[in-house]
Write a protein that binds this ligand. Structure first.
Ligand code: PLP
Length: 355
């Protein structure tokens, strides 16, 4: 969900943004009307995340999924077509997709995996394979509901992290990373914008055959305006960031997020009908899957179906687990208030009694 004040401001400005007489959708991306919008969005990112001066903030397209390719193309591919080694940790579907895509342009070394326990924990991170161009992790695993408990030490190898489903949910030390990237649609705004935070020295490494649109150096040089960026998405992201700043910033939202997650996990850990499959030290603040304790497959499926249907009727939507893992999942991103989690818990208590 997006914060209601953001949607209301966007609605009020739909036909006339900042007294321009235009919708943001109608603005030229190089106009004096749009420039302050993209500059303000970047400034808010820098302020809220404490982004150091030697990092660039890019607004790109193609989702996190395109970054799975852009990262190896820019950091690991070489002029001759040879492949440089890269180190990845396999913590689930998105990590696997990042590895599969990287294997087309790099020599992928999976340093650790939690596949042995259905990805319900974050493995301890081994050192990078020798000569690695980068070390990739998926910080918050949206589908299984795990999150890295600490930033791994990768020596001098640039650490690259997919933070699509956790960006701005809690403080993160940007200076420990080479690249951070996130599709906007989980915690920032509408689908269609991808935010990439990249250490400047990593932007100039792509060989000449890499297409212009996939080159960090070009997007840095052109300040995300090499071609038409997703203007309306950037505008909404700016409104979301302003809302976050007005709500007290990242530490304030992190306190709310920890409270929301603790309420749900405490409930699940003592529930007779549901449980969290995720090991305690690896639990996500943003995505909380829960599974019926019922072990008979047919009965379990029936409970899941009834839960999702009755929850939706009670106004609690999007609670079906990812199609790959089943069960239920509460995605409680920044804009979800504590009251939303409390409403879910009231529903779960009543539902359990009816079982
Ligand atoms: C949703 C998600 C993706 C895929 O994002 P797209 O923007 O749809 O490509 C990748 N990684 C993580 C962690 C996600 O949650």
């Amino acid at each position: 969900m997006l914060p209601l004040p953001v949607l209301e401001k966007a609605a009020a400005e739909m036909t006339d943004a900042n007294g321009s007489g235009q919708s943001v959708m109608e603005m030229s991306h190089r106009s004096a009307d749009f420039m302050p919008i993209i500059e303000q969005a970047e400034a808010l990112f820098r302020e809220l995340m404490g982004i150091p001066g030697n990092y660039r903030v890019l607004f790109l397209q193609g989702g996190a999924s395109l970054q799975f390719a852009m990262i190896p193309l820019n950091l690991a591919s070489v002029e001759t077509g040879n492949k440089a080694p890269v180190t990845l940790v396999d913590t689930g579907v998105w990590a696997k997709k990042a590895a599969d895509e990287a294997s087309k342009y790099a020599e992928v070394i999976i340093a650790a995996s939690s596949k042995d326990k259905a990805y319900t924990y974050i493995p301890s991170a081994p050192p990078p394979a020798s000569g690695s161009a980068y070390y990739h992790i998926t910080w918050n695993n949206t589908i299984v509901g795990t999150r890295w408990p600490a930033i791994p030490d990768t020596g001098g190898v640039p650490l690259v992290a997919d933070i699509s489903s956790s960006i701005l949910s809690e403080a993160i030390d940007v200076s420990r990373f080479g690249i951070l990237y996130a599709g906007a649609q989980k915690n920032l705004g509408p689908a269609g914008t991808t935010v990439v935070i990249i250490r400047e020295d990593l932007a100039g490494r792509a060989p000449s055959w890499v297409p212009a649109m996939l080159r960090y150096d070009i997007h840095c040089k052109e300040a995300s305006l090499y071609n038409t960026p997703p203007c309306y998405g950037i505008y909404i992201i700016g409104l979301v960031l302003q809302w976050l700043k007005d709500s007290g910033g990242v530490d304030a939202i992190a306190r709310v997020n920890r409270k929301k997650a603790a309420l749900l996990y405490e409930y699940l850990d003592s529930s007779k009908s549901f449980f969290s499959p995720v090991e305690k030290q690896s639990r996500s603040l943003m995505n909380i899957p829960f599974i019926p304790r019922e072990t008979d497959p047919a009965k379990k499926t029936a409970v899941e179906k009834r839960f999702v249907k009755e929850a939706a009727a009670a106004g609690l939507v999007n609670l079906a687990g990812h199609r790959l893992v089943g069960g239920m999942r509460a995605s409680i991103y920044n804009a979800m208030p504590v009251e939303g989690v409390q409403a879910l818990l009231r529903f779960m208590e009543a539902f359990e009694k009816s079982l």
